[in-house]
Ligand binder design. Sequence first.
Ligand code: URA
Length: 266
Amino acid sequence: MSLQLDERRKSMLAEMGLASFIFSPGAPGAPGAPELPAAAPRTAAPAPTVLAPVQVAAPQPRPVQQPNARADEIAQMEWGALAQAVAGCRACSLCESRRNTVFGTGDQRADWLIVGEAPGENEDLQGAPFVGPAGKLLDNMLKSLGLDRQHKVYIANVLKCRPPGNRNPSLQEVSLCEPFLRRQVQLLQPRIVLAMGRFAVQSLLGSTEPIGKLRGQAHQFMGVPVVVTYHPAYLLRSLPDKAKAWADLCLAQALLSAQTDSKDQG
Ligand code: URA
């Protein structure tokens, strides 16, 4: 895949705040620099201090039925029933503080599934994922690949309800919400998953390794290749890691193109 930066892409990347990185010598995509994703840094980066809001004691989940029976039931649902089940979910105490559930949004025939962490304040108000500043950056990242959130892309979170004060999700909340995300993956059958941030990684890959150790390679979730990258909220605070996120997007794009190429040949 040629990743030569044309003028349009340069301006998109400038929107992502990557202009200085693009034009600096040795940056991925810069004149004379190796082509991405081969240039993706493979060395371990420090664990991002992603989304480390105030710690609040984790609420106790109050399952309304046996977890396996509930997960089995969710695994049979079609889109409408699944959306209703999320909207009416009372499996954990997040239902008491949420204003809206955030099911997910986008193209149900998407190639790309973007998985974030949990709704924040704006998302809780609007009932849609990534509508705040981190969402603007995500939109610009997608634009840089010629994508947008309504076409070929679906965006969902690990948690469908906002943790109060944007605290970290608890393990119990993640595991109670997981059947919804699994069913979304089954229904969507995306060709690539981008796991953004450590909670997406923990939920999809069951790994607590730092993002820096997991990025730069293809993982798998339910048979779908997964690329790990930093959360956009973290990227808003870390310019150097935006460059790495660009390399991650290029890796995901390359994995997707490789699937198309092998289908064409077969
Ligand atoms: N952060 C997330 O992980 N998801 C959202 O929907 C918004 C912010």
